[in-house]
Design a protein around this ligand. Structure first.
Ligand code: 6V0
Length: 311
């Protein structure tokens, strides 16, 4: 039996629930939202597709239904109010997380917690602090979505299947994230072996464009339709599939760092082996000096932000 609970059935949570149904990822899917009508409406709507998808038990539930869950996905969050600072919004999300986690912990301390609410690296960190659970059990969606956007944009430029493009965005899911150009390879051919005449060649300008468009992707989508949810839902589904199938895939998820290249006591997106018990191993990826410095700065920026939060 595989049981997933999703807390927060807004744009991201409900699209994730739909993805779970279409992919047949669980036997049981529980939807919890402070807006009970929304959760019930989504559960009904999804149940009406059961005949056409995978057999599964789907229902709108409450915190006692977290019992026996293998994964608790949290996408609940407050929307930014006009004029509200990032820190004020963050403080409100910390309060929401405090309330949600205290409820969940009454019923389940062994599930893997998968965090999607933004700022995701900070809320992953807060979840570790508020739950006191082993850090391996708490995973943030991290830079999987950003890496997927990055590989898509490169694929568009060089006209190659993104699955053959091995590229990574690491660090904060946000403004200080960084592309690891030094490790980019197209089916094993490293970036620095690609000559200018090659189809795979990326000029400095191409690289800058790709990075900027990766970093600003969410802003571009939000400007056009108000929210992003399809690709993040697929990212969350991929992480759940890896956990439930004990696939041990290497995914750039947000993980707690303890003396990682000198970075301490923050969560950042770093490629990690993910399996049934959560984070099995954080990869010590070789970085250029410049990349390492940028990662350290990403960590510093998050640390400064965390210092301002009242826990
Ligand atoms: P939304 O559509 O406003 O949904 C949020 C949902 O949370 C609503 O249905 C609320 O009713 C619910 N909610 C609020 N408070 C509580 C509570 N205390 N208990 C239970 N439910 C509650 O937002 P959307 O779904 O678009 O986004 C959700 C979060 O995901 C936001 O923080 C986004 O910034 C974040 N995203 C994270 C991404 C990532 O890469 N990690 C990508 C996209 C969005």
């Amino acid at each position: 039996m595989k049981k997933i609970v999703v807390i927060g059935s807004g744009a991201v949570g409900s699209t994730f629930a739909y993805t779970v149904l279409v992919k047949g990822l669980a036997n049981e899917l529980v939807i919890i939202d402070i807006n009970k009508d929304k959760a019930e409406g989504d559960a009904l709507d999804l149940n009406h597709g059961l005949l056409l998808a995978q057999p599964m038990k789907i229902y709108a539930g409450d915190y006692p239904d977290c019992e026996e869950a293998d994964i608790i996905v949290i996408t609940a969050g407050a929307a930014q109010k006009p004029g509200e600072t990032r820190l004020d919004l963050m403080q409100r999300n910390v309060s929401i997380y405090r309330q949600i986690l205290s409820e969940v912990l009454k019923y389940n301390k062994r599930a893997i917690f998968l965090i999607a609410t933004n700022p995701v690296d900070i809320l992953t960190y807060i979840t570790i602090k508020l739950t006191n659970l082993p850090r391996e059990q708490i995973i943030g969606s991290g830079t999987l979505l950003d890496s997927s956007r990055f590989r898509y944009l490169i694929s568009e430029k060089i006209k190659v299947d993104p699955r053959n493009i091995h590229g990574l965005i690491i660090g904060e899911h946000g403004d200080t994230e960084l592309p690891i150009w030094s490790l980019l390879n197209i089916s094993g051919i490293n970036q620095d072996q690609i000559v200018e005449e090659s189809r795979f060649y990326l000029s400095d300008e191409d690289m800058e464009d790709i990075y900027e468009n990766t970093k600003n992707a969410a802003y571009q989508i939000i400007e056009k339709k108000g929210a992003t949810y399809y690709a993040i839902a697929l990212s969350l589904a991929k992480i759940c599939e890896t956990i439930l199938g004990d696939q041990k895939s290497i995914i750039p998820v947000s993980v707690y760092l303890d003396d990682y290249k000198g970075i301490n006591d923050v969560c950042l997106g770093i490629p990690s082996v993910v399996g049934r018990n959560g984070i099995e191993m954080i990869l010590d990826i070789p970085l250029s000096n410049e990349e390492e410095q940028k990662l350290i700065n990403s960590g510093k920026k998050l640390r400064e932000f965390i210092n301002q939060i009242e826990l």
